[in-house]
Design a protein around this ligand. Structure first.
Ligand code: FAD
Length: 369
């Protein structure tokens, strides 16, 4: 019997496995396979793959530095903010690390101690409580198998099966469907664009250059017209001067937006949730890595004295993280209010002038220099 069964080997699950794997008999289960690198575009998990400053700080706090294969390119230190309806555009300085998400997840999982059992290509179907343990039912191509564990940890992301099975009656964060196209890049775009267009979404859309492709993405309210909204975004970007070619890869995923604190659920009765499964993700930017690291670290801290009473300790430790999300919701109210956003953008406060286009004449002069 395992002490801890972690469902999901994303940033939250892998971090927890690394932090508790030597103290507790731990198994980590994921429906993905991390052994083979996927061919072509995309990374097996629909994501922008940007490591924001908060997440960089958390990695440093955890004593980790990104290996070379996790880095992608170009590196980004500029955000281009566009308000389509008001025809406003500004550039702001912000340091992201542009990553290969697949390599990031592989690397984080590789840091789990050798004592941790890793079960890949296997999904959690159900689990039920039996006196002092849970019986988990797992499904893979090879069939169904059962394992036993004293604790179940849902680190299974925005579409968490653990949360659905155990806490379905609790309020759920607002749900969006994100759609991403990897398209041929026809322009040099060394910046992350953040696009506000109320005809597309009440959240935001983005473009991210990734090696020789450009990711175009949005998070829209789930519904039959989700794809139409995405296509509208693409045509608006073209009208705005973005140049891109054929679609190389399409991907989608649910993304959560915790607009109220009670939508965050840390769990109870020997079941805990971490990362996006708990609702830990920024409601203003959809930045999720720092929250995955933080919530996993807090749960590891709560488990340090022993299994007894860990739920209460985790809930207490997670209090400031919930408050942080409440603060981000205040920021959201300003950022997503068209009048206030327009006012801030018009002042130009903290923005910078940037000329990112390569002028062949200048390049030549530079080469000769
Ligand atoms: C389109 C998009 C772009 C994003 N871009 C960024 C970004 O640039 N920067 C950023 O900080 N955040 C970004 N996010 C948010 C970020 O991806 C998540 O918040 C973060 O990955 C959460 O980590 P996690 O470990 O909680 O969950 P996840 O990374 O979602 O990991 C969950 C894991 O659980 C597994 N799993 C799920 N269900 C089961 C099951 N039943 N059985 C077994 N395994 C299961 C999955 O395969 C997955 O590996 C983005 C999200 C989306 C959707």
């Amino acid at each position: 019997m395992y002490d801890v069964a972690i469902i999901g080997a994303g940033p939250a699950g892998s971090t927890l496995a690394r932090l508790i794997g030597e103290k507790y008999k731990t198994v980590i289960i994921d429906k993905r396979c991390f052994r083979n690198i996927p061919e072509g575009y995309g990374s097996g998990k629909c994501c922008g793959g940007l490591l924001a400053p908060d997440a960089q700080a958390m990695l440093a706090k955890l004593g980790l530095a990104l290996p070379r294969e996790v880095h992608s390119e170009p590196q980004l230190f500029v955000v281009r903010v566009i308000d389509i309806q008001r025809n406003l555009e500004r550039y702001y300085q912000r340091y992201y690390i542009n990553m290969d998400r697949w390599q990031f997840d592989r690397w984080l999982l590789s840091l789990a101690p050798a004592s941790v059992d890793i079960i890949e290509k296997t999904r959690l179907k159900t689990f039920e409580k039996n006196s002092d343990h849970f019986d988990l039912s797992l499904k893979s191509n090879a069939g169904t198998r059962k394992i036993k564990a004293k604790l179940v940890i849902g680190a299974d992301g925005g579409f968490s099966r653990v949360r659905k099975l155990a806490f379905n009656t609790k309020p759920f964060p607002k749900k969006y469907i994100s759609i991403q196209h990897w398209v041929e890049m026809e322009d040099d775009q060394p910046f992350f664009s953040s696009i506000f267009d109320s005809d597309v979404t009440d959240y935001y859309s983005w473009t991210i250059p990734k090696r020789n492709a450009l990711i175009i993405g949005t998070a829209v309210t789930p519904g039959a017209d989700a794809y139409d909204k995405f296509n509208l975004l693409k045509s608006r970007l073209k009208q705005h001067g973005y140049r891109f070619g054929e679609t190389l890869h399409t991907e989608g995923a649910y993304i959560l937006r915790p607009v109220r604190q009670k939508q965050i659920c840390t769990g109870k009765d020997s079941i805990a949730l971490i990362g996006e499964a708990a609702g830990f993700i920024s409601p203003s930017s959809a930045e999720g890595f720092s929250y995955a690291f933080k919530s996993a670290s807090l749960l590891a801290k709560a488990l340090r004295p022993g299994l007894k009473g860990f739920e209460k300790r985790y809930r207490t430790y997670a209090g400031p993280l919930k408050t942080n999300i409440a603060m981000k919701n205040i920021k959201s109210r300003i950022l997503y209010n068209p009048f206030l956003r327009g006012m801030i953008m018009r002042t130009g406060i903290n923005s910078m002038n940037i000329n990112f286009r390569t002028d062949p004449a200048t390049s030549l002069a530079f080469n000769n220099y």
